[in-house]
Design a protein around this ligand. Structure first.
Ligand code: F3S
Length: 284
């Protein structure tokens, strides 16, 4: 059997940086209780390993409110400005591991909204990254996810609109939504803030899926970028399987195939990808 593993499978730069930051702080700050604000990445295996290293996850803002000491690490998705202000106000030390590409969106949103632009974020309103981005706008921002929402959008007394995107949003959907909003006659500036890592991973995954008999997509079930990868691969290859770890792989599914493609979401650790790849190589 031939295996094609996507070069772009696994941790992206921002996720690797955030995870490394937590392990570095575990080593450095042995006396302090280390917290991450939300799970550091969407991957249960990594979060479990960090728990074994004593790292606790703050799952809600009120847990942060109750905190009196310790060290808080902000994950790659970033947080609303309010959270940074709160940590500063409480005098709690924090390490900001927000991905620099997300940080750049915070800066754009803050500056443009302060200049009077209305901010539109193209993305999923429930995703923590989008909640974070929204929280840097000086006035209330609009989040648009679907063509219907784009069609319905209207905003009175607005001189200028600034559109940004969730870093993991699908580029073609982003373009479609921007076109709908552009027809409304506002003065618009569009900043394509979709991360290249996502686009490259999606393009490569689609190409591989189109050339193999079966495709394996590895990632946590809560990871939105893995879900999108799965959709892209499934469109190109009917035999596409979404697994979290090797344990989810149904060995019968690969019995009669000659070529298998493997890709993985941005929050999938390398050891999980290798385990799957080695197992497929040995057993089929
Ligand atoms: Fe950053 Fe792009 Fe990853 S925005 S967290 S490098 S997907």
């Amino acid at each position: 059997m031939k295996i094609i593993r996507a070069k772009s499978a696994g941790f992206c730069f921002g996720v690797k940086r955030a995870v490394d930051t937590v392990y570095e702080q575990v080593e450095k700050e042995k006396e302090k209780q280390i917290y991450t604000y939300g799970p550091i990445i969407h991957n249960e295996e990594v979060v479990k390993d960090l728990e074994q290293h004593g790292v606790k996850v703050l799952r809600e803002e009120r847990e942060l409110d109750a905190l009196t000491d310790g060290l808080v690490i902000i994950r790659s998705h970033g947080v609303p400005k309010r959270i940074c202000d709160k940590l500063d106000g409480k005098g709690i030390v924090y390490v900001d591991a927000t991905c620099p590409f997300v940080k750049r969106i915070h800066k754009i949103v803050k500056e443009e909204s302060e200049k009077g632009s209305h901010i539109i974020i193209i993305g999923n309103p429930e995703h923590p990254e989008v909640e974070g981005i929204r929280g840097w706008a000086a006035n209330d921002a609009t989040v648009i996810k679907t063509p219907e929402e784009a069609k319905e959008f209207s905003c009175e007394d607005v001189r200028k609109i600034c559109i940004v995107a969730q870093t993991t949003f699908n580029y073609n959907k982003f373009k479609e939504l921007v076109e709908i909003i552009s027809e409304k006659g506002y003065y618009i500036s569009v900043l394509n803030t979709i991360c290249n890592a996502t686009k490259e991973r999606q393009t490569e995954a689609g190409e591989i899926a189109g050339a193999v008999d079966a495709m394996i997509v590895i990632g946590d079930k809560h990871s939105s970028n893995t879900q999108k990868l799965f959709e892209i691969c499934r469109d190109a290859c009917n035999n596409t399987y979404y697994i979290q770890t090797l344990g989810d792989l149904d060995t019968n599914q690969l019995r009669s195939v000659e070529t298998v493609g493997i890709t993985a979401g941005a929050s999938t650790p390398n050891n999980i990808i290798e385990e799957v790849q080695n197992n497929v190589r040995i057993n089929f």
